[in-house]
Design a protein around this ligand. Structure first.
Ligand SMILES: [Zn+2]
Length: 358
């Protein structure tokens, strides 16, 4: 009697299939389950894994499974339980990640941190301005070494040893090798460009140069120059004059006047200093122009045939002109600075004043 009662409680085969189908449906439901917070994850746990949960309830069916199917069905139930547990862990983790993401959310409406922006140095501003004017005339920028040998700095420029003009350009020598020195002008770049032998040459050479001079408000042991060089067939003094006149007008305004004064440089022949009419007093005479109405801005001339020969260029075929100017002086004038030493003191109070300068 007891036996027959027990067997009647056992599941029939169709009922077992129904149970397997039910497990499959549960799995689909669990898989599709999503939670937005920890509360929802807990609800999932209670519904599926709680003491009165669906996993426990379906495990309870085990007792009704025929003995010969117990092993097989037990495995299915175990897998299902593990599946539900793994999904719960997954959902719980997603709410933790979600919380962290919320905590580190960036408030895009907050004002940003100010990044301090540096300013261009007045020497750079002035150099760039000069370069841009000559670039419009087709001059390309060329650069060269600040530590130079004697030949490129002096001898090639028609300044042989013991030439008296060397005295005006006393400089600093490198102790290990007395042939090395700190260049006194950027003309060494011109020599190096000419030596390349690619003609015509139309270059502008900006850079720092050195002189053994006492440091004062008016002069320094280093300063900056821009030099220019144009070599081609049939280049004349008229080309030199027109080029520099164009430069002066672009740099100092269309009403500027220029004048050339004969001068002497070993590397040019003929040579001339170029003055511009004083932009402060318009030529009437003031303290800046020493009451003359003129300001000296650059030296120039036709490249000496000896210099061309030294660099392997035929002076009977090619001619050219060269010019050079300091950067500090026009910068002092333009920005109303009264001491050249300010340029190299790295005083932020001074440098900050050029934030919007051009
Ligand atoms: Zn003046």
């Amino acid at each position: 009697m007891a036996l027959s009662l027990l067997s009647s409680l056992r599941l029939s085969l169709p009922a077992m299939e129904e149970l397997l189908k039910q497990i499959q449906e549960y799995k689909t439901e669990i898989e599709a389950f999503t939670v937005s917070d920890e509360k929802a994850a807990e609800e999932f746990r209670v519904k599926w894994l709680g003491t009165k949960g669906l996993v426990k309830s379906i495990m309870g069916e085990m007792k009704n499974v025929p003995n010969e199917k117990k092993k097989e069905f037990g495995q299915i139930l175990n897998e299902f339980k593990q599946f539900a547990e793994a999904r719960y862990e997954q959902l719980k983790q997603s709410t933790v990640n979600g919380r962290q993401a919320t905590a580190s959310n960036i408030d895009l409406s907050l004002p940003g941190d100010t990044i301090p922006v540096g300013t261009r140095h007045p020497i750079s501003l002035m150099t760039n301005r000069i370069i841009s004017i000559f670039q419009r005339l087709g001059f390309a920028v060329a650069e060269g070494p600040e530590i130079e040998d004697d030949w490129h700095n002096f001898t090639a420029l028609n300044l042989p040893e013991h030439h008296p003009a060397r005295d005006m350009q006393d400089t600093f020598y490198v102790q290990q090798n007395p042939d090395w020195l700190l260049r006194t002008h950027t003309s060494n770049i011109q020599i190096r460009e000419m030596q390349k032998g690619k003609l015509p040459i139309r270059i502008i050479c900006p850079g720092r140069v050195y002189r053994n001079e006492t440091v004062s408000a008016r002069s320094h042991c280093f300063f900056h120059q821009v030099e220019g060089l144009y070599i081609d067939e049939n280049v004349s003094f008229a080309d030199l004059k027109q080029t520099l006149y164009f430069f002066a007008k672009e740099m100092y305004g269309s009403d500027v006047r220029i004048r050339f004064r004969p001068s002497y440089f070993p590397f040019t022949e003929p040579s001339a200093e170029m003055d511009i009419s004083c932009m402060l007093c318009k030529g009437a005479g003031c303290n800046v122009c020493k009451k003359t109405g003129w300001l000296e801005i650059l030296g120039s001339g036709m490249v000496h045939p000896n210099v061309l020969t030294n660099c392997g260029i035929d002076p009977n075929k090619y001619t050219g002109f060269a010019f050079g100017m300091g950067i500090e002086r026009p910068a002092l004038l333009k920005y109303g600075i009264n001491d050249i030493r300010l340029f190299s003191e790295n005083d932020v109070r001074f440098l900050k004043q050029f934030t919007s300068a051009v």
